[in-house]
Design a binder for this molecule. Structure first.
Ligand SMILES: Nc1ncnc2c1ncn2[C@@H]1O[C@H](COP(=O)(O)OP(=O)(O)OP(=O)(O)O)[C@@H](O)[C@H]1O
Ligand SMILES: [Mg+2]
Length: 282
């Protein structure tokens, strides 16, 4: 059997006295979509950043396709060239047009000639229906369009692993669907994805495995059904806000009263709305 695409062993990360990750073990196998959930501040973004070497770990080991990338002697840029990343804010380069944004890493990191890179960029933009905007600058695009460009930029180099951090949380609700559709498509195409999201309904649809981060550790992991619907560690299982958030959806209101939020020990990242329906904290 081949090595997992990503293997994180006993990851410890501190910011001063704040120990954010206390020994996280996590693997992502080839073509697997692993979804990180957990309260705000539980360390999801930090974990993603350590996987990409944007943050150095204080202890533990990170293997990418079996190679130890947490060794300080490793060339971090070479590692990052193998991993695609999309953050909450699309982070397109405002001074580059859409096509140049998509092709930049291909040209500058992977040394693909411009004509070849542009051809590949156009194919990717066609895939998301934005080839007509190839020469537009990012500020001419909607947030959802920019985020889709950011995603195809991340996959342009055929990365071994895609890290997605709350990629819809800065979007207007009506733009979320188009971005999630693209992620669904990537999953269908066999991408290997580790993503953090508060979109519980979406997590349920795409996750091969849901990993619940709690107090700096993996509190629980399993299928979406196991973790979101039948969590072992919830004091009050029936009160999981996941189902409520899902019922609420992005467009409709939740008509059903959730159990008292005070019982939700594990789901501290969810705050009650006026209608007693739990909603992810932004
Ligand atoms: N650069 C930093 N310097 C100091 N502390 C940080 C830094 N980045 C994150 N932290 C702290 O690490 C903890 C985890 O933050 P992180 O952003 O990983 O949480 P999260 O689970 O992604 O939260 P959210 O759901 O709100 O995105 C928080 O206490 C945060 O304040
Ligand atoms: Mg985060």
């Amino acid at each position: 059997m081949s090595a997992p695409v990503l293997e994180m062993r006993g990851i410890v990360k501190r910011y001063g006295a704040n120990v954010v990750l206390r020994g996280v073990d996590l693997t992502v196998d080839a073509h697997e979509v692993v979804v990180l959930v957990g309260a705000s501040g539980s360390g999801k973004s930090t974990l993603l950043k350590t996987a990409n070497l944007l943050e150095r770990i204080d202890d533990g080991q990170i293997l990418l396709a079996g190679t130890d990338i947490s060794d300080p002697r490793v060339d971090a840029d070479a590692v990052r060239a193998r991993i695609g990343v999309v953050f909450q804010h699309y982070n397109l380069f405002p001074h580059l047009n859409v096509l140049d944004n998509v092709t930049l890493a291909l040209r500058q990191v992977h040394r693909v000639p411009r004509s070849e890179a542009d051809a590949r960029g156009i194919v990717l933009l066609e895939r998301i229906g934005l080839a007509g905007h190839a020469r537009s600058y990012p500020d001419r695009l909607s947030g959802g369009q920019q985020q889709r460009v950011a995603i195809v930029r991340a996959i342009a180099t055929n990365p071994e692993l895609l890290l997605l951090d709350e990629i819809t949380s800065a979007l207007d609700p009506q733009l979320v669907g188009e971005v999630l559709d693209l992620v669904r498509e990537l999953k269908g195409a066999g991408s290997t994805i580790l993503m953090a999201t508060h979109e519980i309904g979406f997590a349920r649809q795409v996750a091969d495995r849901v990993v619940f981060l709690h107090q700096g550790l993996v509190g629980e992991q399993g299928t979406a059904e196991q973790v979101l619907d039948r969590p072992h560690q919830l004091a009050t299982r029936s009160s999981s806000p996941a189902s409520c958030a899902e019922r609420r959806g992005r467009r409709g209101g939740c008509r059903q009263r959730a159990a008292p939020i005070a019982n939700l020990t594990l789901w501290a990242g969810f705050r009650p709305l006026g209608n007693n329906c739990a909603m992810p904290r932004r």
